[in-house]
Structures are given as structure tokens and as C-alpha cells.
Write a protein that binds this ligand. Structure first.
Ligand SMILES: Nc1ncnc2c1ncn2[C@@H]1O[C@H](COP(=O)(O)OP(=O)(O)OP(=O)(O)O)[C@@H](O)[C@H]1O
Ligand SMILES: [Mg+2]
Length: 372
């Protein structure tokens, strides 16, 4: 499946853009702040029903406008080359409408995985520098796109967790309803165990692929490892919730469960955050994301759309070349990439004899300037 036509209206700094895309490689070139990442975020929106960068929808509406509208026409790679259309409109009032083939979804989560996508951006560095939530997001984005039961269990778990925390907060004024607590613990245990098992299995599947991709990009230089850590490694969640009940009551939140899961990222036996160079950290994240790509492809049979934002930053020329020849090789689908340096893109396009389109981006205006 690939994105054939993309239309953006009033999305961030883009007043209007209509793109006829290459099925293989699309490059956006422009100076800082011109709208390259915004374009990628528009493509991300049409797959994930939200921005990669901001949680409020209306912030993405172009300043002083009332709405934004995104439309994507996708070609399915079946024999008849059927076209599917996704559209997302958001009004200042907060009203959001997401349609696929003109039909509005009952729940937005039903769309996740329909147009699979992997986004590699400099902000992924938060997976290394920030708290465990960023690493859980990586697992969630990966598994949700291939497994409806996972996404459903996770959403239900989060919902019960929110209610349990509310109840614990209120317990300062009203005594804890023990039978309600027991019911909530039961649900947390049920949905939490499903999420735990699926995360554990996914990290096992991911690790060999990740190592193989890392060594292809880094040319076999470093020893790398990813380990999944969860409170549930030691005990089932019912036992943990019972054991920690008094503590939760004092803290007024749920202090144990899969909402505290983490991934340990290591390079040469040490923490990636403390010991990895910037280029090694970037290679690590890219390899995690490309492994994510391979797993989604293996599990769904669809090649995700790959968004590569500022991919050249911090990587040496050799790593960039190995990465690009890797992702433009067999088995990959459509790629969108951004760069602020046109000469560098020209060199890359000369080296790779793939179908491509090169667009310039200037103050939110997008123009086709070159194609194969
Ligand atoms: N809602 C909005 N309305 C108007 N402009 C916006 C809105 N949201 C973001 N912008 C503008 O979009 C610009 C950022 O665009 P973007 O991040 O796509 O730049 P870029 O081309 O990727 O730059 P860089 O090379 O630095 O990464 C900023 O100038 C910002 O002010
Ligand atoms: Mg950018």
C-alpha cells in the first residue's frame, strides 16, 4: 500500500499542498522551519489519527484559521490496484472527523494498523533520554499496528487504572470501597497480563532483527542489547496489587503494573544513555524502528510507509549510505524523507537508481522540483 495523493489544508504552516507522490522515494528539501516535518506529521496523522508531536488536535490548525483538513489516497498493491481514501478534519471547536472510504469510524482505534507506518524522527531521542513512558510508546505503536487485542486490552487497562487512581485520590475523604477495588484489581490483572505477555513476546521477536539491522548499518561495530523489564516478571498483578494496597492508599495512585514497564537499552554492556555517542544512539533508535518496520510487514503482509525525518543529522556518511541502500532495497515500500541540504540529497539520488520525486518546501509551500 502506498500514498498516491496527499492534500493538506490549513495544517500547521501549510495553507494548501497537493502532492502526487512517488510510490518509492519522496524527498522534501528546505531550510529550517519551512514545514518539512509538518508534511511528515500530516502523513502520520492519516495513519495514527493524531500528531506525532502534540497531543491536542486543534494546535495543528494553521494560526488564525478555523479548521484543518488532511486527505490521503492510497493504492493497494493487489491485482486491481484499488484506491482507498483517508481523511481527517479538525475544527477549532474541537470537532474531529476521521473517515476511511467516506465512512466515519465508531472508534478511532479501529483505524490503527489499516495504513501501517513507521516514523523515524530526531525526537525519538527521547526514548533514550526521557523516562520509561517513551519506551512503552515504542512498544505500543509497534504492537497496536499488528494486534487489535493488544490495543483493546491496553485501552481498557488504562481506563480501569484511571478510575482506580481516582478512587485512591478520593479515599482521603471517602473510605475505600473494597469490593469495587477488588473488581478493578481483577480487570487490571486480566488486561495487564495480556499486555505483559504480548510485550514480552514482541521484545523476543524484535531482538534478533534489531541486532541484524544495527550491524548492517554500523558495520558490526558494537554489542547491543534490549531487555524488557516489568513488575510482572516477579509476580502476577493480583498479588502485586494486594501486596501494595496500603502503599497505594498512602501514595494515592497505583504504584505497580504494566504502566511502569520499561526497556533497558545497552551498548557494549553499558547504558546507552550514559555510554553511547550521539551517532551510536541515533543508529540504535533507527535500528529499533527498522526492526519495527520488518515486524509490521511480516505480521500484516503490508509494507509500512516509512517517514525519515532529518535522517542525516549526526550519522557519518558511511552509516547514512548503508542505511539508505538498506531501506531502498528489496522488501521496503514507500519512503518520505527530509533534509535541509540539497547537495546531500542530490548525491544520494544520483547513487540510488530508484523512482523518486524531490519537492522543495518554503514557508509551507511545496513544489515538485525534480523527479526520476
Ligand atoms: N498551527 C500552526 N500555524 C502556523 N504555523 C505553525 C503551526 N504549527 C507550527 N507552525 C510552524 O511550522 C514551522 C515548523 O515547521 P517544521 O517543523 O515542519 O520545519 P522543518 O522544515 O522541519 O524545519 P527543520 O529543518 O528545522 O526541522 C515553525 O515555523 C512553526 O512556527
Ligand atoms: Mg524538521
Amino acid at each position: 500500500m502506498y500514498l498516491k495523493y496527499l492534500t493538506l489544508s490549513n495544517f500547521k504552516n501549510i495553507e494548501q499542498a497537493d502532492l502526487d507522490c512517488s510510490p518509492v522515494l519522496n524527498c522534501f528539501v528546505g531550510n529550517n522551519g519551512e514545514g518539512k516535518t509538518n508534511l511528515l506529521d500530516g502523513i502520520y496523522y492519516l495513519s495514527m489519527c493524531r500528531s506525532k508531536f502534540v497531543s491536542s488536535d486543534s494546535i495543528n490548525i494553521r494560526n488564525s484559521e478555523d479548521y484543518f483538513l488532511l486527505k490521503g489516497k492510497y493504492v493497494r498493491m493487489n491485482e486491481s490496484l484499488d484506491e482507498d481514501c483517508a481523511s481527517c478534519g479538525v475544527k477549532r471547536s474541537g470537532r474531529k472527523s476521521f473517515k476511511y472510504n467516506s465512512k466515519e469510524y465508531r472508534k478511532l482505534s479501529d483505524h490503527i494498523g489499516v495504513v501501517p507506518l513507521v516514523f523515524i524522527t530526531p525526537s525519538d531521542n527521547a526514548m533514550i533520554t526521557d523516562g520509561s513512558e517513551e519506551r512503552r510508546k515504542f512498544l505500543n505503536t509497534l504492537i497496536s499496528q499488528t494486534d487489535k487485542v493488544y490495543l483493546d486490552s491496553l485501552l481498557r487497562y488504562n481506563n480501569v487504572l484511571m478510575n482506580r487512581n481516582k478512587h485512591l485520590k478520593n479515599s482521603r475523604n471517602i473510605p475505600v470501597d473494597l469490593s469495587l477495588m477488588e473488581t478493578m484489581n481483577h480487570h487490571l490483572n486480566h488486561y495487564g497480563s495480556i499486555v505483559y505477555e504480548k510485550r514480552r513476546e514482541m521484545v523476543e521477536t524484535l531482538l534478533p532483527l534489531f541486532r541484524q539491522i544495527y550491524s548492517a548499518i554500523a558495520n558490526n561495530k558494537e554489542e547491543i542489547d534490549i531487555a524488557y523489564r516489568s513488575d510482572l516478571d516477579q509476580n502476577d498483578l493480583t498479588t502485586l496489587l494486594d501486596r501494595n494496597f496500603e502503599r497505594d492508599r498512602i501514595l494515592q495512585y497505583t504504584s505497580t503494573g504494566i504502566h511502569r514497564d520499561d526497556l533497558l537499552l545497552e551498548i557494549d554492556g553499558r547504558s546507552l544513555k550514559n555510554s553511547g555517542s550521539q551517532g551510536q544512539q541515533k543508529t540504535f533508535i533507527i535500528a529499533m524502528k527498522i526492526a519495527q518496520f520488518s515486524i509490521i510487514k511480516n505480521n500484516t503482509g503490508l509494507s509500512p510507509i516509512l517517514l525519515l525525518d532529518d535522517i542525516f543529522d549526526k550519522l557519518d556518511v558511511e552509516r547514512v549510505e548503508r542505511l539508505i541502500s538498506f531501506v531502498t532495497g528489496n522488501g521496503f515500500g514507500q519512503i518520505f524523507l527530509t533534509d535541509s541540504n540539497k547537495n546531500r540529497l542530490d548525491r544520494l539520488l544520483q547513487k540510488n537508481s530508484t523512482d523518486y520525486k524531490l519537492f522543495s518546501v518554503e514557508a509551507g509551500n511545496v513544489k515538485l522540483i525534480q523527479s526520476s
